[in-house]
Design a protein around this ligand. Structure first.
Ligand SMILES: *Cc1c(COP(=O)(O)O)cnc(C)c1O
Length: 422
């Protein structure tokens, strides 16, 4: 897409890695539910001279001079983010989703305070208190679970009991491997009952919320939304924190992020976020978000017809969790690697209370945001699901995999990566 004229002349090694990746992305099918393809406009902004600029602080309150244009770009990004989600305040400086969450914790908590979030094997994210992360040395994380993995319904009564017992300062919703819509009303009520701040980590589904395909937690009184910008929101890699209306909370978050956690913002990424938010405000993004849900449902139908067990009984969003151990008698690592050989990229994943070891979990997780950006419709995604089923039914069959790889390439060719979405 870019010609990389200068890298090509100056640095063959990096050049070859970049064009290799470009080819990989074009020829394979990306089913990792947290990935997407940004527009060329977003990439132009990310590659712009704004990378040269230090802009520590916030618009109008910087620690360096020369901020005429960086202020403009950050204001544009903030204004568009607020409009997209119906928030009064937005901080668009987090370098990543993880940083957004860490800043949110430090803004609202004292060491030793408690966060009630979703159990990690039931769908929560590393940054929601996985023991390998440093934040668990500072804060106390307790967890609610899914009540029934046949339906995916969350145990809201269990959540309430835990909230009453542990008195969390933050009641955290959100997930990276959960397939159902949340009952924000109930969660917000429980938060209110125990005096907790309600936070939705919408990293995965922010684009579906912005596009109006899924409910907006702010409509149910949630206080804060944290997110990434590069998943369903289809922007550059980065993070985002939105505050519905409480100015005191917004001030604390700004301070916690800078100078608390980060130094200078990545202004080229901020510019790219502004461009992506501008795209998400277009009617075409609504259509995209709706198509994502339709496509996920179309894949669900194929696996259901084959009698394969879907964790949580199916999907309301962009992703699906398959129990390949029960469905095909193989573990998630075998499934991931067989599909990878055919050019279908996804990841192995634990299922709730997985009896298998984490490196060989019972499930795979996949989703449709990236292929939907390429223009895949229900018929095309059903074809992908059929290919997956054939491979998973016979994962050692190299001949079959070679044949399927050709079909995958054909499909990829029929739906080339787009340069523009507006
Ligand atoms: C992806 C994700 C994050 C982290 O985002 P990074 O940009 O990778 O740091 C945080 N929370 C949830 C729920 C996620 O899915």
């Amino acid at each position: 897409m870019f010609d990389y004229e200068f890298i090509k002349k100056q640095d063959k090694e990096v050049y070859e890695a970049i064009v290799g990746e470009e080819r990989r992305q074009a020829e394979g099918l990306e089913l990792i539910p947290s990935e997407n393809y940004v527009s060329k406009a977003v990439r132009e902004a990310a590659a712009s001279v704004l990378t040269n600029k230090y802009s520590e602080g916030y618009p109008g309150k910087r620690y360096y001079g020369g901020q005429e244009f960086t202020d403009k770009v950050e204001e544009l990004a903030r204004g568009r983010a607020k409009k997209l989600f119906g928030a009064k305040f937005a901080n668009i400086q987090p370098h990543s989703g993880a940083n957004a969450n860490i800043a949110m914790y430090f803004a609202l908590l004292q060491p030793g305070d408690t966060v009630l979030g979703m159990d990690l094997s039931h769908g929560g994210h590393l940054t929601h208190g996985h023991p390998v992360t440093y934040i668990t040395k500072v804060f106390n994380f307790v967890r609610y679970k899914i009540k029934d993995t046949k339906t995916g319904e969350i145990d809201y009564e269990g959540m309430r009991q835990m909230a009453l017992e542990h008195k969390p300062k933050i009641l955290l919703a959100g997930f990276s491997s959960y397939t159902r819509e949340l009952d924000y009303q109930k969660i917000a009520e429980i938060a209110k009952e125990v005096g907790a701040i309600s936070v939705m980590d919408a990293a995965h589904i922010a684009g579906l919320i912005a596009g109006g395909a899924l409910k907006n937690p702010f409509d149910f009184g949630f206080d804060i939304i944290t997110s990434t910008t590069h998943k369903t929101l289809r922007g550059p890699r980065g993070g985002l924190i939105l505050v519905r209306e409480d100015e005191e909370i917004a001030k604390k978050i700004d301070k916690a992020l800078f100078p608390g956690l980060q130094g200078g913002p990545l202004m080229h990424q901020v510019a790219a976020k502004a461009v992506a938010f501008g795209e998400a405000l277009q009617p075409s993004f609504k259509t995209y978000a709706e198509q994502v849900l339709k496509n996920a449902k179309a894949m669900e139908r194929v696996f259901k017809e084959k009698g394969i067990e879907l964790v949580n009984g199916g999907t309301d969003n962009h992703m699906l969790l398959l129990n390949v151990q029960s469905g095909y008698g193989i573990d998630g690592a075998v499934a991931e690697s067989a599909l990878d050989k055919a050019g279908i990229t996804l990841n192995k994943n634990v299922i709730p209370d997985d009896p298998n070891l984490p490196m060989r979990p019972s499930g795979i997780r996949f989703g449709v945001p990236a292929i939907t950006s390429r223009g895949f419709d229900e018929v095309a995604v059903a074809q992908v699901a059929e290919i997956m089923h054939e491979i998973l039914s016979d994962p050692q069959n190299e001949e079959l995999i070679t044949k399927k790889k050709e079909e995958v390439k054909e499909l990829a060719k029929r739906f080339p990566i787009k340069e523009s979405y507006v």
